[in-house]
Design a protein around this ligand. Structure first.
Ligand code: XUL
Length: 523
């Protein structure tokens, strides 16, 4: 029990979130915005350097500066960094940092008399780091898939087909296009393991959560896959540290952080993970069947799974959970609020009218269906925007409002079937989660209780909770994950929406018609 710091190194900012596990409270949350502090020095816009031709990079040295700035801002906000028992973190997934043979020495020899960035300027074999927004690696994706025996083989081996934004394709492109700099590359980190290495003062490995976003890790044994390494770049194995155990302390923070920023010399460090795997913990999803749905511009579904099942139709990404045993699915439906708002605006409604229309219309909509692809859809794959109405009169407001929400709920049920998990609880976050009528439809379609769930920064909270879990384990007082996350991630029971069994039967029947309509028009 004590105080734990979670750091999220995301695309546009670096956030620190402090929890106290004795009082079950978030005691501080502070953010350093990259554009605000570093736009000029590093040439970033929204945290990103656009190098053209789809090459989207960022600056690792900037992240080092931001880490010190974050410590100063936390202290200024009243946090006593000396009280932190452990620190852990997360990073935007997939980005790769290329280090030369000076890195290990520079990190271990850090002096508290000078700033961090000035002391590590010389450790990079490539000044910038490609990140998840990079779209320049299509060719490399195909080559890597071919190299391991095809798309399906890579999917079964690593949990994912090759994605342009994943680390392996980024690495292959670097080897192909900059062979000299590749020759000077001694180690490759991800964003997560780079920031944890700065705190440790030595190179820290990638955890399995972030490792599964590389196309390089065997998803089942959570180790680098020799076949995937070979298909990506020569001698890659010796440039990567072994995959780190996400639940085990790697040691104390380097004296640099003690002397310069007031951390305790006993403050323990856990390997960082990717932001999405970290959010899985921050959303409290530590048992199979627990699912969260974030209703944003796009709707994103996070699920905790017991086994490494893959989506053969490419409908979701599969990552290892940093809880050490489970897996996570990430499914992104592009037409989220985008579609809800399009219907709202089409009929000149506000959100209260929208809720009223749901309340006045019957479950199942009398068989009226809509395929609400107001923009090209990711899941299911739909390449051009189209809105299809089936037994649905465009002139009837209530029926169209109900049709868009029922479509989203039915689609989330159909396209999460590949997970092979019985969804037994659904936490819904984001703007639309305050609308009880929407929650009722999701509860009835999935046949499970649905709860609105307010989150702050789920990735940073997940990191702080991982710090608490790892610290207890290292003391020999290991706690169940559910006990660690519950005080921070349980919505009040009174807000829960229970499924209505009669509606559930209506939706079971409607599911077949929706599935048929969808397969007729998707693609
Ligand atoms: C996930 C992904 C993004 C980044 C951004 O696969 O690419 O969510 O992790 O933070």
């Amino acid at each position: 029990m004590g105080n734990f710091l979670g750091i999220d190194a995301s695309t546009q900012s670096m956030t620190g979130l402090v929890i106290n596990t004795d009082t079950a409270t978030i005691v501080a949350e502070v953010s350093v915005n990259f554009d605000e502090h570093y736009a000029e020095r590093y040439g970033v816009s929204n945290g990103v350097i656009d190098l053209g031709d789809g090459q989207m990079h960022s600056a690792p040295l900037m992240w080092a500066e931001a880490l010190e700035q974050l410590c100063r801002q936390l202290s200024d906000s009243g946090v006593h960094l000396g009280d932190m028992d452990a620190v852990c973190g997360s990073g935007q997934q997939h980005g790769t940092v290329y280090l030369n043979d000076q890195a290990a020495t520079a990190l271990s020899g850090l002096s508290a008399r000078a700033d961090l960035a000035g002391q590590i300027e010389g450790i990079f074999s490539r000044a910038t780091a490609p990140i998840w927004m990079d779209r320049s690696t299509g060719e490399q994706c195909r080559q890597i898939e071919a190299g391991v025996g095809g798309r399906e083989a890579l999917l079964q081996l690593t949990g994912n087909t090759a994605f342009e934004r994943f680390s392996g394709p980024q690495i292959r492109r670097f080897w192909q296009t900059e062979p000299d700099a590749w020759g000077r590359t001694r180690n490759i980190s991800l964003v997560s393991s780079f920031v944890s290495s700065l705190l440790a003062g030595r190179l820290v490995g990638v955890d399995a959560g972030d490792g599964s976003g590389t196309n390089l890790m065997d998803i089942r044994n959570r180790q680098w896959s020799p076949a995937a390494l070979e298909a990506t770049a020569p001698d890659l194995g010796r440039r990567l540290l072994p995959v780190a155990d996400a639940t085990a302390v790697v040691g104390a923070v380097h004296p640099f952080w003690v002397e310069r920023h007031g951390f305790s010399p006993d403050c323990q460090l856990l390997p960082f993970s990717g932001d999405n795997p970290s959010s899985l913990i921050g959303l409290g999803l530590v048992q199979p069947g627990q699912v969260a749905l974030s209703l944003g511009t796009s709707d994103t579904l996070f699920a905790c799974m017991d086994q490494a099942r893959v989506s053969t139709t490419g409908e979701g990404a599969l990552f290892a959970s940093p809880d050490g045993t489970h897996y996570m699915a990430l499914i992104c439906f592009l037409n989220g609020s985008l579609a809800r708002e399009a219907v709202r605006d089409r009929y000149g409604l506000d959100w209260a009218d929208f809720a009223g229309a749901l309340a006045r219309s019957p479950a199942g909509n009398g068989g009226g269906l809509m395929l609400p692809w107001f923009a090209p859809e990711i899941v299911p794959h739909v390449s051009a925007a189209k809105v299809i109405r089936h037994e649905l009169d465009e002139g009837v407001v209530e029926a169209n409002v109900r049709a868009v929400i029922e479509a989203q709920a039915l689609s989330s049920r159909i396209h999460s079937e590949w997970m092979g998990v019985a969804i037994n609880s659904l936490n819904v976050t984001g703007g639309a989660s305050t609308n009880r009528q929407i929650l009722q439809i999701f509860a009835d379609v999935h046949g499970c209780p649905v709860q609105p769930f307010e989150t702050t920064n789920a990735a940073a909270l997940g990191a702080a909770l991982r710090a608490a879990h790892g610290h207890a384990r290292a003391r020999g007082a290991a706690q169940e994950w559910s006990a660690v996350v519950a005080p921070f991630t349980s919505p009040p029971a009174a807000t829960r929406v229970e499924p209505n069994p009669a509606h559930r039967r209506t939706y079971d029947a409607l599911l077949a018609s929706y599935r048929a309509l969808e397969s007729q028009h998707a693609g």
